[in-house]
Design a protein around this ligand. Sequence first.
Ligand SMILES: [Zn+2]
Length: 148
Amino acid sequence: MPFIPTYCRACGIHALMSQASIHGGEAVCSGCHAAAQILPGESYGESDVALFAELAVKLRGITPSYAARLGVELEGRSSAQAGRGLRQLVKLLPSLAILEFSVADQRTAMRKVEGMLATLLSSIASRGHSGIMAAIDVTPAEKDVKAR
Ligand SMILES: [Zn+2]
């Protein structure tokens, strides 16, 4: 049974949900029963649910623009050496260091963690576009005060 990454806007929680709980392209949040968004990305197994939740907790609180910045480090990860993207991320987000240690030298596990992080980061980053606009410093148009 594949498990799919989802995001509940109401709870602000990322979770892996079993495909059985997804109907007609919509997942139901196990916390609040609202419709949860299905995130693009890979699917996982039941044993990955805890790891995904742990990663989501580690990324909680980062801003959409920082998530976008971190996501850049994972671009091209499938062609790069496994773990390279993860090492770059650890430099920027030291709370991930313990994780890097636990998957070190396990290529498949590193790939999996990188894939999960890429999914989470792009989800967080995408909220920057639809959500709060950056405050724009509106400079009043220069009137031709001097001329005259
Ligand atoms: Zn919810």
